[in-house]
Design a protein around this ligand. Sequence first.
Ligand code: SF4
Ligand code: SF4
Length: 176
Amino acid sequence: MPLLTDTKALLLGFWTTWKHIFRRPVTIEYPDEKRVPYPRFRARIVLTRDPDGGERCVACYLCSAACPVDCISMQAAETDNGRRFAAWFRINFSRCIFCGLCAEACPTMAIQMTPDYEICKREIMDLVYEKEDLLISGCGKDPEYNFYRHAGIGVVNRRGGNPDEEPPVDPRSLMP
Ligand code: SF4
Ligand code: SF4
């Protein structure tokens, strides 16, 4: 019966409309109203410092190698005591796809994603961020982590003699 089928379809359509008509709208009036993203939202990238205030980045190029769109570049340098750092560090945000692979690859937690998504610019060249634009004064998401205390040039003790480190295991002692 086509009439019955059509009426049923019509009523179902109206029912769906009525079901949603009094629901809270999901759209927001940006920029007057701003959505607060989750803390793990991946947007503007920063370079963080360790708890002592030193730069965490050791210019190892891992983030640059991991980046699928090649938008990170830098130049490594060394201080007089042998500590590596980035003489310059550049991210081209006009190419960045905010995948987070650079932050995943970073062994020192230096490069981190933030939820700040408002980085649009009128001039495309303003989206090229230099080290001074990227480096923040804080530690970011992991305030305790200090790479140099675990693996840097400050680690001068024998294996097992450093804080948070177990003594090495003699494999011969494990043999039956
Ligand atoms: S978030 Fe992805 S695309 Fe952007 S700089 Fe990092 S690795 Fe490259
Ligand atoms: S930000 Fe991290 S991965 Fe990139 S060069 Fe610096 S230490 Fe290496």
